[in-house]
Design a protein around this ligand. Structure first.
Ligand code: GSH
Length: 322
């Protein structure tokens, strides 16, 4: 059920990802360099220099695709998209709908990229990966940091004048991203990957308490940090988009659906309908990935046809802003 990992630069098909009480443990990411507009960090923001390796299926990678699209960085930052199925070799580059092979390094597996960056690498081979073509290395593989760099350091190359980390809201944005991470973004995984009842119960309870809380906040304001879209909304959105199609069934996050929460549901549609967002939402990859990759949860690997959800339904949330 658990994917493999790299140990000293070599792929191993086994790894343990639950502790002794059955709780899902998410390992820390290790490439944490920064790109800056002035290059003072050693990685200067430049057009054509950086490449993103993503999975359309992955909520963390999806955040980076949304930032790239909202800012209009498609010409400045190239992408590769893995196959939605994550098998024992981990993420893989194939031909097929929605996939984009590794045109930069010509690799077959995402873990090859980690080995190129560090031949002695030990850790997960996760998406997203921000790659530096010039230095031939990974700059960063933490979604929260990658979106911050795309948002704040690439202004010169952005085709759209969009700022999702505005001065004056920065502390609130950071604390909101922190607040939603454990119960919501990671919470669905803690529920889905729990291997003991108590670990699952704990995760689901915390998840729905947090959803109840944000449902109330979103009855008063259009977005998580007030009346404008910020990075915090991007972080929330990629989990909410996957909730009813996948997490509700596959990860047993089933006290309610997002569609049972009027404000969270309107909010999800609001963001989905922002120019540039829908193009990054690939529900076919999302469903195929989860339902086929976690054999321990869904041994038949059957991908359900439904649920039928209309993310384009009008949301009427403009009434809450300004
Ligand atoms: N903290 C990371 C998490 C990334 C992550 O867990 N990505 C998953 C896909 S949704 C992955 O690639 N998993 C492969 C693995 O764990 O081996 C981030 O936010 O960037």
């Amino acid at each position: 059920m658990s994917p493999g990992m790299m140990v000293k630069g070599e792929w191993k098909t086994e790894r343990q990802q639950q502790d002794e009480s059955g709780r899902f443990i998410r390992a820390q990411t290790t490439f944490r360099n920064w790109i800056t507009a002035d290059g003072s960090s050693g990685f200067k923001a430049e057009a054509g220099r950086y490449h993103l390796y993503i999975a359309w299926a992955c909520p963390w990678a999806h955040r980076t695709a949304i930032l790239r699209s909202l800012k209009g960085l498609e010409n400045a930052i190239s992408i590769s998209v893995v196959d939605p199925y994550m098998g024992e070799m981990g993420w893989m580059f194939t031909e097929g709908p929605g996939r984009i092979p590794d045109t930069v390094n010509g690799t077959k597996y995402l873990h090859d990229i980690y080995a190129l960056a560090d031949p002695n690498y030990t850790g997960r081979a996760s998406t997203p990966v921000l790659w530096d073509k010039r230095e031939g290395t990974i700059v960063n593989n933490e979604s929260r940091e990658i979106i911050r760099m795309l948002d704040t350091e690439f202004g010169e190359f952005a085709q759209n004048d969009v700022d999702l980390y505005p001065e004056g809201l920065r502390e609130e944005i950071d604390s909101t991203i922190d607040a939603i991470y454990e119960p919501i973004n990671n919470g669905v995984y803690r529920a889905g990957f729990a291997t003991r009842q108590a670990a699952y119960d704990e995760a689901v309870t915390e998840l729905f308490e947090a959803l109840d809380y944000w449902e109330e906040v979103l009855s008063r304001q259009r977005y998580l940090c007030g009346d404008r879209l910020t990075e915090a909304d991007v972080c929330m959105f990629t989990t909410l988009l996957r909730f009813d199609p996948v997490y509700h069934y596959h990860f047993k996050c089933n006290l309610w659906r997002i569609r049972d929460y009027p404000n969270l549901w309107g909010y999800t549609r609001d963001i989905y309908q922002h120019p540039g967002v829908a193009e990054t939402c690939h529900l076919d990859h999302i469903k195929e990935h989860y339902y086929t990759s976690h054999e321990g949860i869904n041994p038949t690997r059957i991908v359900p046809k439904g649920p039928i959800i209309d993310f384009d339904e009008p949301h009427d949330r403009e009434r809450l802003s300004g």
